[in-house]
Design a protein around this ligand. Structure first.
Ligand code: ADP
Ligand code: GLC
Length: 502
């Protein structure tokens, strides 16, 4: 894998034009960290002189949020491209309004009761179709990108299609989560009318299924993922989501770049969601948020209880099953658990039932609420992130910025963003949380016991909090890396690009 920046390119005066395609963008549509990244990375790239513009499906919730804003409608092959700017930015956003496909109640990928919309293949095929038309200058816009930056499987067909056009813009494909691959039966491949030449093991076919993500993995000019350690994991059989051979094959054009966070939105000094703002020097004020949190969740306001916070999707990826398995032992310790999350019904039910049986120690809110996420991250003493795998993870970075050290699995981007507490890291002034492995109950429980010991040692706990708070999680460095890749792929576009597959 390519851990170096691509070779420097001679600077040109013309700003690079980039179309950033994502199925979710904060604040218009969000199910997870992809939305945060799709908002913040382009914003930062714009400050670096990149002419970057967004494209996203026109979901009902997005249209509702944009009601007050001027929107221009552009007709394109039976669909409408709605042109506007993303709130709080001056940057252009196009929404793809395809009749019947996106403007419906429910989430971007399914309603609350289903695993996914039954027409997801058609929905994201259409999305890809429009992105490709825009890229090829077929959309009567007075702007055509030099690069299309695609994200996750929903945009995977774009690099495959653009590869068929010698004059097409260069493409970069970012993998936020290789476990979501956009898999559909062969009949869907046929029904969508996809080019039969793409039904190959080195194109869109994957174990006899249509695999959207492979379009990005096989055909994009450059591949990235969201942390260096996850990039390494993706090249290994046990951790590569079945795609490890492809990541090894692409290793010269594949980089792991750590996500950043929105340091304005997530700033304990100016957070309007929390009762008491604070910074590294006023950490004595932080426990006021703990008291408020305990009150809100009907937990005893006893400072001696160590509060463990959790905010995240209730899915296997996040290690919720491991946490559930450990709760019986956990409640024997002087802890309180405050959990906010939504996800698989079986986990939701199990958590609610634990909270009903142990209301003094376990408080659960099955919901998705920005304000509460901030209050937990500020009010907890430690932040739990026992993920089975984690491409990058944002919440462990938020929690460090709030002086709430994470207790996290030793996987993926958690390894790149949390410095485990050891004698060495304490003397180096870098220790910022607890990393545990292997991924089992004993190891999680012993990490939580270490956290309790640390909490009872206020001086060292304070040092760890301050180390965590002083870390730079801003987007600047990572955005520079993306910009260097943009420059590299535009300069090398056209060189041997079309020989490999057609
Ligand atoms: P993933 O994208 O895998 O879900 P990340 O850590 O990258 O994980 O990003 C999760 C994002 O979603 C964060 O911004 C987090 O605050 C937010 N989030 C997740 N669950 C909730 C919830 N129940 N309420 C509010 N925000 C949530
Ligand atoms: C995915 C990953 C998460 C990552 C996010 C943003 O949802 O699960 O680890 O932080 O994308 O890249």
């Amino acid at each position: 894998m390519n851990s170096q920046l691509p070779p420097p390119i001679t600077a040109t005066d013309k700003p690079l034009k980039v179309l950033f395609a994502s199925s979710e963008i904060y604040p218009l549509a969000k199910t997870g960290g992809l939305a945060d990244v799709a908002f913040n990375l382009p914003k930062t790239l714009a400050t670096l002189g990149v002419d970057i513009r967004w494209v996203m499906p026109a979901y009902k919730e997005a249209l509702d949020l944009l009601k007050q804003q001027p929107i221009k409608s552009i007709a394109l092959n039976g669909i409408s491209l709605l042109e506007t700017t993303l709130p709080e930015t001056k940057l252009t956003l196009w929404l793809v309004d395809a009749p019947g496909l996106f403007d419906r109640s429910g989430g971007p990928y399914g309603d609350a009761s289903s695993a996914g919309w039954p027409d997801n293949a058609e929905r994201f095929y259409q999305f890809c179709q429009v992105i490709s038309d825009m890229a090829l200058g077929r959309a009567t816009l007075d702007w055509q990108p030099d690069i299309v930056h695609c994200n996750d499987w929903h945009t995977g067909l774009v690099p495959a299609w653009l590869r068929q056009h010698p004059q097409a813009p260069a493409t970069i494909f970012t993998v936020h989560n290789a476990a979501y691959q956009g898999l559909f039966p062969y009949s869907t491949f046929v029904n969508l009318g996809l080019d039969p030449a793409l039904w190959r093991f080195d194109a869109l076919e994957f174990h006899d299924q249509l695999c959207f993500i492979k379009g990005g993995l096989m055909f994009a000019d450059w591949l990235t993922t969201v942390s260096p350690n996850y990039a390494r994991e993706l090249t290994q059989p046990l951790t590569g989501s079945g795609l490890d051979a492809i990541f090894r094959y692409r290793q010269d054009t594949f980089s792991g770049i750590c996500n950043g966070i929105d340091t304005t939105e997530w700033n304990p000094e100016h957070d309007h969601y929390i009762s008491q703002t604070y910074d590294e020097k006023t950490l004595n004020d932080k426990p006021l948020n703990k008291g408020e949190l305990q009150k809100k969740f009907n937990l005893e306001q006893n400072p001696n209880h160590c509060v463990l916070g959790w905010v995240g999707r209730l899915s296997e990826q996040k290690g919720i099953d491991l946490l559930l398995d450990s709760l019986g032992e956990l409640i024997k310790l002087p802890i309180q658990l405050v959990l906010l999350g939504r996800g698989d019904a079986r986990y939701e039910q199990a958590l609610v039932s634990w909270a009903q049986k142990h209301p003094q120690q376990i408080a659960v809110k099955i919901d998705y609420k920005d304000a509460l996420a901030h209050q937990i991250i500020a009010g907890a003493d430690f932040f739990l992130m026992p993920s089975g795998f984690e491409p990058c993870g944002l919440t462990q970075m938020y929690s460090q910025r709030y002086g709430t050290p994470p207790i996290a699995s030793n996987v993926g981007g958690l390894v790149d963003t949390v410095v485990n507490i050891t004698t060495e890291s304490l003397s180096a002034g870098t220790a910022s949380g607890i990393l545990f492995s292997p991924h089992n109950q004993n190891s999680l429980l012993s990490a939580i016991k270490s956290a309790i010991r640390l909490y009872k040692n206020p001086e060292t706990y304070r040092v760890v909090q301050q180390n965590a708070m002083s870390k730079d999680f801003s987007w600047q460095r990572s955005a520079q890396h993306y910009k260097a890749i943009y420059q590299h792929i535009t300069a090398s576009a056209g060189v041997n690009r079309y020989e490999r597959y057609y």
